[in-house]
Design a protein around this ligand. Structure first.
Ligand SMILES: Cc1ncc(COP(=O)(O)O)c(C=O)c1O
Length: 436
């Protein structure tokens, strides 16, 4: 009753189109580690959120935040040891060429700033993204975020390449052939700018292609694509908002897994474990060239409290060996999900790395027709049974599983067994089984 009343009040003041997860929205009041609790005291396993990266309300992050909030918080036009030390510590986790940091409060702002930088440094305006990405909500960035932006709203300075989908596109091709085909799409987009008289600025890709469905990319694709980008005088912005901070276990950053070094990297969500901390890490020459001609200042970004929080997140990642945990628990979870895949017709493909998984539901394994209704049903039934996941992909049919980093094998067992129970109650078409 209280939750229904709160929902009505929210509709009245925030509107019905302000996004809410699940057919029965959850009224969360508390979080701890990988668990969240609703107003009735019911516990849910969080297998979706990467914002509470080192765990909901991690005590070391909370302590760092409140300690610094009790000492000093200012904007960044004063010197502060903590801010400089955090920037040094953070940039040290990147390739040596990516040596400078600029702080923002959100991933959208980070991508907006990175776009401004590549446009300034290239002298061009044309930017390439994929046909089903999300990079944020600012006026420039939303034009690339084609999840919500129809082609006619992308404007003259954006081109999109089709979503890479090796599960469907493979057609007997080798990794190298498929990588070349995908890189050719990037080349075609660059050529189309030239044909329209638009100077090329660069490419913005999420390094896990998360909204696109977490495809298992053919090795070498990004190196081939970047050869075209750099030959045309453009820059590569790697969006690590979903992939970064050790999520893949094997690497701290998603671009490392792709085997390339970007010109700029954008960060967000996990960086402050829920505190609004985000930023751009970039090559020195790009930062210097941009800032010599433009002022960048952001009142709240990278303040002393944010720096204390960001430092605590890095401390916890290191001390609790969370990237290592992502590698071992991730492998275990992927194997268990793949075993489910072999038992249910509805599951067409299971893929992922570290603690980031995609379970693709299809109506027909041969035709690989996306089973969007089934995915929606599964996500809602999982929620009813106490496990939070979501869905992604152009067909809205891919279960997205991306838990906080302290996820354990016991948590993985609960996730997989709950999913098993949900799938058991659906027929091969993904509809609820009737009792007769
Ligand atoms: C890949 C990616 N980039 C950027 C953003 C935007 O970040 P924010 O919501 O902090 O502005 C998001 C948010 O979902 C994202 O998933």
């Amino acid at each position: 009753m209280a939750t229904d009343a709160l929902l009505e009040r929210r509709y009245r003041v925030l509107g019905r189109n302000s996004p809410l997860f699940y057919e029965k929205p959850i009224n969360l009041v508390r979080g701890e580690g990988v668990w969240v609790y609703d107003a009735d005291g019911r516990r849910y396993l969080d297998a979706y959120n990467n914002v509470p990266h080192v765990g909901h309300c991690h005590p070391r992050v909370v302590a760092a935040l409140s300690r610094q909030a009790g000492i000093l918080n200012t904007h960044t036009r004063y010197l502060h040891e903590g801010v400089v030390a955090y920037a040094e510590r953070l940039t040290a986790t990147f390739d040596p060429s990516l040596s400078m940091a600029m702080f923002t409060c959100t991933g959208s702002e980070a991508n907006e700033l990175a776009l401004r930088m590549i446009r300034e440094c290239s002298g061009g305006m044309g930017v390439i993204g994929t046909a089903h990405a999300y990079h944020g909500n600012s006026a420039a960035v939303i034009q690339l975020g084609s999840v919500f932006t129809p082609p006619e709203k992308r404007g003259p300075y954006v081109r999109t390449v089709p979503v890479m989908d090796p599960y469907r596109d493979r057609a007997g091709r080798s990794d190298d052939e498929l990588a070349t085909a995908y890189a050719d799409d990037v080349k075609r987009a660059i050529d189309s700018f030239a044909a329209a008289g638009v100077r090329f600025a660069g490419l913005l890709f999420c390094t896990s292609f998360s909204s696109e469905g977490l495809p298992d990319l053919p090795a070498g694709f990004m190196a081939k694509a970047l050869a075209h980008v750099h030959a045309a005088g453009g820059y590569f912005i790697a969006d690590e908002v979903q992939s970064g901070f050790g999520r893949f276990g094997s690497h701290m950053w998603g671009y490392q897994k792709l085997g390339v070094v970007p010109d700029l990297v954008t960060l967000g969500k996990p960086m402050g474990n829920g505190h609004p901390l985000a930023g751009v890490i970039a090559r020195r020459d790009l930062v210097e060239s941009f800032t010599s001609a433009n002022m960048y200042f952001n009142t709240f970004a990278g303040n002393p409290v944010s720096a204390a929080v960001g430092t605590a997140v890095l401390d916890v990642l290191r001390d609790e060996r969370l990237p290592e945990n992502a590698a071992t628990v991730g492998k275990y979870t992927l194997e268990r999900l793949a075993a489910l895949g072999s038992r249910y017709e509805l599951i067409g493909d299971v893929r992922g790395a570290g603690l980031f998984f995609a379970v693709e539901l299809v109506r027909d394994r041969r035709a690989k027709t996306p089973a969007a209704d089934a995915a929606r049903r599964v996500v809602n039934l999982m929620r009813d049974r106490g496990v939070l996941i979501s869905r992604i992909g152009p067909g809205d049919n891919i279960l997205k599983i991306r838990p906080p980093m302290p996820f354990s094998t016991e948590n993985a067992d609960l996730l997989v067994e709950t999913l098993d129970g949900v799938l058991r109650d659906l027929d091969p078409a993904g509809k609820p089984r009737t009792n007769d």
